[in-house]
Design a protein around this ligand. Structure first.
Ligand code: PHE
Ligand code: ZN
Ligand code: ZN
Ligand code: CA
Length: 483
């Protein structure tokens, strides 16, 4: 798209005036909403300015031994550069330091001090490189793109409904250390305020693909918005199951909806992908991935330009999203810590049930709820309270369960786990699984919670064993949804 279009705002105002007189609102026009104006169409985020940030990151690497690696001066200089730009634009910034095996590392956190602080829309990128090179595509590209979009938002004069926060993570390359440190040090009440986390790690790969993360059980709204944004620009996308490969994983494991894009790393572009995206089939998306040649020459500026406009679209859109009323978006998980990756947080019940012990596999991550399995006459339980919106058309509880047992009978129930709903003084058992349901893999179960709309109930798992021969009921990735 054309650069430096300073007339965008004026054109939108003109379009709004016209549409009001004709009674039809153009897509993306301003719509009055109480005293908060909703978003104007997102602007063209400047690829020239973004490239200038990348030039700075390259020169920081060049003057600091060729890299921006954790514990080396090029990383701290990168963090200082980003922080200074955000400070000058009016952001409230924090340099959060933490220690790693390779030295001190830093996250830069920047918040735009306007909008409802109870509803935070967060966007992030890792800012560190590997030690081999300057890391211009991985991940100068994401860092520069998110930085430039944050600066453009500050300059836009928008009045956000929600609070916008940006994270520039340290030590992603050492195992997502910065983003993990950030979420682990965020009080539970602050975690609950984060409505969405968007991640951008590698967005200007020289032989680019257009991948959209598809790995979040907490809601697909943002993923779908990215797909339709690109489709509207005639760019086809593919889903990618990124799982633990970038910083959104820390947010995802808290049950926060996440999304992101990726232009590809060491994987080879297929001929079908080259047909839709151009570039070279049979070659890596980024042949310089994690190498010394990931320099300022290792960029596709068309990819960068498209991706930063997508970041702008998402930020402008989600800045105005109304998180205060109505039912939660269909598909959103109403449970906190639904995959147990924050340990016992948000759950109550028998201690030791929620565990990262390796005796049984988690379905995702390392933590799960392991009920029973001791071969003694005993009971154990865990539960969590959840408010089910009255306005929902339906509500469901889903869970994944893996049952192994030393019992050999094919007909007699000895050991059970009950899935219960506690509504005031009334406890209802929705399902019972037993030693007869044993299986070597996790199985998904879905149960109806529609009768509990408009109530706050406790979802509970109660295990019970008889005096001998263990049965283990292992539960992971629980969800309560309302639609
Ligand atoms: N996180 C990887 C890295 O920094 C890159 C990556 C991003 C891989 C997104 C897959 C998906 O090396
Ligand atoms: Zn990397
Ligand atoms: Zn990366
Ligand atoms: Ca888990």
């Amino acid at each position: 798209m054309a650069e430096g279009d300073r007339s965008t705002q004026k054109l939108l105002v003109a379009a709004l005036a016209t549409s009001l007189t004709t009674g039809a609102l153009a897509a993306g026009a301003l719509i009055a909403h109480g005293n908060v104006a909703t978003a104007a169409e997102s602007p063209d985020i400047s690829v020239t300015n973004t490239k200038a940030h990348l030039d700075q990151l390259q020169s920081i690497a060049t003057s600091n031994g060729g890299n921006r690696y954790t514990g080396r001066p090029g990383y701290k200089a990168s963090a200082d550069y980003v922080k200074a730009k955000l400070d000058a634009a009016g952001y409230t910034t924090t340099l959060q330091s933490f220690s790693t095996s390779a030295g001190t590392s830093y996250n830069v956190i920047a918040e735009w001090p306007h909008g409802d602080a109870n509803h935070v829309v967060m966007t992030g990128s890792h800012l560190d490189s590997v030690s081999a090179g300057p890391g211009v595509n991985d991940n100068g590209s994401g860092g520069a793109g998110v930085l430039e979009t944050a600066l453009a938002y500050a300059a836009s004069g928008q009045t956000p409904r929600n609070r916008l926060r940006f994270g520039f993570w340290g030590s992603e390359e050492l195992g997502l250390l910065g983003s993990k440190y950030y979420v682990n040090n965020l009080p539970a009440a602050e975690r609950d305020k984060i409505e969405l986390y968007l991640n951008f790690d590698m967005i200007a790969s020289p032989n680019p693909g257009y991948f959209v993360y598809d790995d979040n059980p907490a809601g697909n709204g943002a993923r779908d918005d990215l797909v339709s944004y690109f489709a509207g620009k005639s760019v086809q996308t593919e889903f990618i199951d990124v799982q633990g490969r970038s910083d959104h994983a820390a947010f995802r494991s808290l049950g926060i909806p996440t999304a992101g894009t990726f232009s590809g790393a060491e994987e080879t572009k297929t001929s079908a992908q080259a047909a839709k995206w151009g570039g070279t089939a049979g070659q890596a998306f980024d042949p310089c991935y994690h190498r010394s040649c990931d320099t300022i020459s290792n960029l596709d500026l068309t990819s960068l330009d498209r991706q930063i406009d997508a970041i702008g679209y998402m930020i402008w859109t989600y800045a105005q999203k109304d998180y205060t009323g109505g039912p939660p978006p269909a598909g959103d998980n109403l449970l906190q810590n639904p995959g147990f990756e924050s340990g016992t947080a948000n759950w109550t019940g028998t201690s030791g049930v929620i565990t990262s012990s390796t005796g049984r596999p988690a379905r995702t991550g390392t933590w799960k709820a392991w009920l029973q399995g001791n071969g003694r006459s005993s009971t154990e339980n865990i539960g969590q309270a959840v408010a089910i919106p009255a306005s929902a058309a339906a509500s469901a509880l889903s869970l994944w369960i893996r049952i192994d047992s030393a019992e050999t009978t094919s007909s007699t129930v000895y050991d059970t786990v009950k899935v219960q709903v506690v509504d005031g003084s009334t406890t209802t058992t929705l399902a019972t699984y037993s030693n007869l349901n044993k299986s070597t893999s996790y199985v998904q179960k879905t149960l109806d919670l529609s009768p509990y709309r408009g109530k706050t109930v406790t979802v509970k798992f109660v295990g019970q064993e008889d005096s001998s021969l263990q049965t283990s009921f292992v539960v992971d990735d629980v969800a309560v949804t309302a639609s």
